[in-house]
Design a binder for this molecule. Structure first.
Ligand code: SF4
Length: 321
């Protein structure tokens, strides 16, 4: 059992449904549970449309929950009073996928970064200016950048600005919502390394959402794999990459290119076949059934429950019943 004191975020049976017609419900997040310890990174991966971004935003309270709980330091994020909400927004921040769309083009970078400082009235006057300069330097920019506008920066620099903005109010927890997906491959590693360095310096806790499994491995202590709104596997990075148990995780991992050309040539790639079922009014049973090469009759009848198969290695699959 995990010591409760170590846990910063606890997500219990979280559901986020969207009504998309009179009789149609999109179950974007359907009964998802996980926790994140203080100072660790939980990676959340899956194909686009699997619900990982909706999950991150519901954890942040940006979407109301249809069911379940998100406990931040033991307090339900969806039941905060005004004062608690202000406290939560100071302690928890989000970095978005598209750094350009999330930065106001009419504001200088200094004002974008300083906005949170002003809202929470943390520093004023020269102290505020110094704090903005400090943040720019912390993310690898310099103080002259503070007087420029977002369009004057490259994608990687804009993501650094987004990170500085998130850090401005000294949060403990950051949801990194696909922060590298819109960046060139050469820049992705720089941003991931910056996030790792900041975590070590500031003791941050991350929920790192991505579809790129190789980068997730680099930054995450543990990784959760989502498929059509459900968590199908959750384990330490090492266990998930070395001995994936769920057929979907195995297929995702087999698609990652290996740098060694010899190994890459001889590697068995598991091809995902069959149609991706719709998350709208999903049928009972395992949602991976139409694409799973191990599917058996029970798979299309009973929804598998996420169970601990080995220490802290959870899988939702009837192969492990
Ligand atoms: Fe495949 Fe059945 Fe496991 Fe789903 S529950 S992943 S269909 S074996």
């Amino acid at each position: 059992m995990v010591n409760n004191k170590e846990i910063l975020i606890e997500v219990k049976n979280l559901k986020k449904y969207f009504q998309v017609g009179k009789h149609a419900t999109l179950k974007a997040v359907d009964d998802v549970s996980f926790f994140i310890r203080k100072g660790e990174t939980l990676g959340l991966v899956g194909e686009s449309g699997c619900g990982k971004t909706t999950c991150g935003r519901t954890v942040m309270g940006m979407y109301g929950a249809t069911g379940g709980q998100v406990l931040f330091d033991g307090v339900d994020v969806h039941k905060l009073n005004k004062k608690q909400k202000k406290d939560f927004t100071r302690r928890a921040q989000i970095i978005f996928q598209d750094p350009y769309a999330s930065l106001n083009p009419r504001m200088t970078v200094g004002d974008i970064i300083g906005e949170g400082i002003d809202i929470h009235n943390i520093y004023t006057g020269q102290e505020r200016t110094n704090r903005v300069y400090e943040l720019l330097q912390l993310v690898g920019l310099n103080k002259e950048h503070g007087s420029r506008f977002p369009h004057e920066f490259s994608g990687g620099q804009r993501q650094r600005i987004g990170i500085a903005r998130a850090l401005a109010i000294e949060p403990e927890f950051i949801v990194c919502d696909e922060p590298i997906s819109a960046l060139d491959v050469s820049i992705q590693a720089q941003i991931v390394n910056l996030l790792i360095q900041l975590q070590q310096e500031l003791g941050l806790t991350y929920l790192f959402i991505a579809h790129d499994l190789s980068m997730v491995k680099h930054i995450s202590d543990r990784v959760g794999v989502m498929y059509l709104g459900a968590m199908v596997e959750l384990a330490s990075s090492h266990d998930l990459y070395e001995k994936p148990l769920h057929p979907y995780t195995q297929a995702l991992l087999s698609a990652i290119p290996v740098p060694d050309p010899e190994v890459e040539r001889n590697k068995a790639r598991i091809k995902l076949e069959g149609e991706v079922p719709s998350p709208i009014n999903p049928k009972p049973g395992c949602r991976f059934t139409p694409r799973c090469r191990y599917a058996k009759p029970i798979c299309s009848i009973e929804t598998p429950i996420l169970k601990e198969i080995e220490k802290e290695h959870y899988v939702a699959c009837h192969l492990f019943d």
